[in-house]
Write a protein that binds this ligand. Sequence first.
Ligand code: SF4
Length: 282
Amino acid sequence: MSDLAHHLRDPGDGAERPVDSPLPFRYVYVARSRRSGGLSLGVDLTPQGHCSFSCVYCQASHPPVSNPDLTVDTERLRDELLRKLRADAAGELRDVVLAGSGEPTSVPNAPAAFDAVRQACDEAGFRLPRRIYTNARHLANPSVFDALVAWTAAGGELWVKLDATRPEAFEAINGRRFDAASHLAGIWRLAQAAPIGVQTMLLQGPSLPTPADLALDVAEAIAAARAQGAQIREVHVVTLSRVPSDPRSASVLRAVDADGLAALGAMIASRGGVPVRTFPSR
Ligand code: SF4
């Protein structure tokens, strides 16, 4: 096993948190990723587990923290990234991915953190994809919106979570009730300014809309957005692959089987007019 592949974590598990690990990396971790086809260098800007969603399927824990200081130490982030990138002598890393155990755009200095990632990749000569995965809840913040557009202008990819389109479905799946129309408008405004990918989770569980209804809602929203100039490069349709951190969710949620997922993916591709890849449960 290479040096890099020691201490592999699951994507979404986040970096080793200082409270439970003496290891020296706070923001950066290495994960094996099906979507990248190899090793991903994960960047977790919220090692405290802070997230503005509370998805029913989330495998990361989100311990309550009162008045957390979410500011990212960008010098440390840059240093950790450089150390991991330079340790990749065998060229095993397929991408750098901002994801982890919370929402990367929720930190107060997200634009500076994105810059630090970009600078470290450039300094290390890392030319493979750099990707931000976001739940899109902070697009109304102009500094976040502009930083995401700048990220794509510098060659980075954006992947936006879209599991629902209706308020009650957002609440059931993403654990938050908000103005769904404004949320969607923010996503499509971003997609008019910069190309995005969409990732959609389809799963089965009590009190959840059916996967078929959700897939249809997403397909129609994408078609309508594209007609208004939204640039949607690809949709990734995923289903439950890892055990949710919430025990009740873990006991009742079920993945969509591979054939069902493929059929729903084909429907989204046809109605939405976009390329779709599906990722069945492992
Ligand atoms: S957006 Fe959802 S899945 Fe992602 S970290 Fe937050 S709660 Fe978990």
